[in-house]
Design a protein around this ligand. Structure first.
Ligand SMILES: *Cc1c(COP(=O)(O)O)cnc(C)c1O
Length: 352
């Protein structure tokens, strides 16, 4: 590392994204991307807008926020658009926590939370998931810290009922509670309906998963006007144009296309259920997921071996070398054909 790198950042361990290999064609079930390309009208909107790239983008994302406001029954002032939801997560950590306002999140959850906490020098507590990898809401009731919960959680896919989310938000009135809903469209109830009632609730969503737009980088936060104004203050102190013209146009087209959204998310949920059944039949242990992935392990083979054997067969999944979950694989839901290929490969691997 450069000797010029400041002490403030030199000890950071950055987030490790899932592989995007170029050496060969893989069946990519490792980064929870949608197996379905965006609709033709979305790529057309992107192409059209690219003819206006000499102009700055709209920093307020007026059109996009109007679309989302309609979908969620909120006001545009209750929405902030960002460059993927990772960006707004960081803004929220910057805006609502610091050395004197610590944070809490699960020990097994989205890896970026601890990275953003370290980056911003925010002390944090990792609250262990229960033995069955579910979140115990009691751990968060009246905690008196800023809280971030992925719902459904990643990489477990487990969903916390809305009533539990509400209790957590209600019992921590002096701290912001972030509900990261990256996967909410695959079968979990959104907390968006609660933002009017709770000024400390911030809901974060993304176009990356259920809208087939991971490569576009569009995410957003929904919350009380004052929370959103604070986030905008942070954003405008860094970069007002984090959502570019092409991204705004394409994302607005995707939000407008309700039929395609419904079709693809239902297809993914359907494939998920079929895959779950097949994995269970192969002897995998897995819990019912409400996300576009399954989190599974097999008692007869270490996760590392299954991971490697799949890789050799051209199938990528995700795995972490962490104590509690080292034998688990997180398998993104692809097309029906891809999942059939996966199951056939697993059957073959387990036979040896
Ligand atoms: C994928 C993901 C995100 C971020 O996605 P963006 O592409 O940055 O919008 C946020 N939270 C969780 C839990 C995720 O899995």
């Amino acid at each position: 590392m450069s000797r010029y790198f400041t002490e403030k950042y030199a000890s950071l361990t950055p987030y490790t994204p899932g592989e995007q290999p170029r050496d060969m064609q893989y069946i990519k079930l490792n980064t929870n991307e949608s197996p379905y390309a965006p609709a033709a009208r979305v790529t057309r909107a992107a192409a059209e807008e690219s003819g206006r790239l000499q102009l700055y983008s709209d920093p307020e994302c007026v059109e996009l926020r109007a679309q989302l406001a309609k979908v969620y029954g909120v006001r545009p002032e209750q929405i902030l658009m960002t460059n993927g939801s990772d960006e707004v997560l960081n803004f929220a950590f910057m805006a609502f926590a610091d050395e004197r306002h610590p944070m809490a999140f699960a020990d097994i959850t989205y890896g970026f939370y601890s990275v953003f906490a370290e980056l911003n020098h925010i002390p944090y507590t990792e609250i262990p998931l229960k033995e069955d990898y579910s979140i115990d809401p009691a751990d968060y009731i009246g905690l008196g810290k800023m809280i971030v919960i992925a719902n459904p959680n990643a990489p477990t896919g487990l969903c916390l009922p809305l009533a539990d989310i509400e209790k957590i938000v209600q019992s921590n009135p002096d701290h912001v509670v972030i509900v990261d809903e990256a996967y909410v469209d695959f079968g979990c109830d959104s907390a968006v309906g609660l933002i009017r009632e709770y000024p400390n609730l911030l809901v974060i969503q993304t176009a990356s998963k259920s809208r087939s737009l991971a490569g576009l980088r569009v995410g957003w936060a929904l919350g009380n006007e004052d929370l959103i104004a604070a986030l905008r203050c942070v954003r405008d102190s860094i970069n007002s144009y984090t959502v570019d013209r092409v991204a705004q146009a394409a994302a607005a087209a995707a939000i407008r296309d309700k039929a395609y959204f419904e079709k693809t998310r239902l297809a993914i949920m359907d494939t998920r259920e079929k895959t779950l059944e097949r994995l269970v039949a192969l002897g995998f242990q897995t819990a019912p997921s409400k996300a576009n992935f399954l989190f599974a392990r097999h008692s007869s083979l270490p996760g590392k071996e299954i991971f490697q054997a799949l890789r050799e067969r051209g199938i990528l999944v995700r795995r972490w070398d962490l104590p509690r979950i080292q034998d688990h694989l997180r398998i993104s839901i692809g097309t029906n054909e891809e999942m059939t290929t996966l199951c056939t490969a697993l059957e073959d691997i387990l036979k040896r």
